[in-house]
Design a protein around this ligand. Sequence first.
Ligand SMILES: [Zn+2]
Ligand SMILES: [Zn+2]
Length: 122
Amino acid sequence: MTKLNQTILETLRTSEGHMTAEEMFLFCKQNNIKVSLASTYRILGNLADEGYIKRLAFAGQPDVFDKTLDEHQHLVCDSCGKVKDILIKDFKGIIEEAANEKITSYSLTLNYTCRSCKKQRS
Ligand SMILES: [Zn+2]
Ligand SMILES: [Zn+2]
């Protein structure tokens, strides 16, 4: 892995958990790491393809990259797009039992309004 890829991976791993390519690009810019937005997007995509991180696709939003590989679910803020992890224990098992089918994979989006957006509104 190149030093730049390593830096980007480490940055995501020390973040709250989720970043878009643009957020990563802005972080790099602020920290004098020389990389273009296109390269940031490509590197994050490669890291996801290689299984170091996960790529999350939400409708109407840029892809979000996730440092957590273990199974978990996501709440997505309707207003700002902020992604929050939640863990419903044995979620796959519950669905498999309800459907009486084996689930191979899933992407689940639960929408909500995050605290800071709620505050701004009131
Ligand atoms: Zn929000
Ligand atoms: Zn996550």
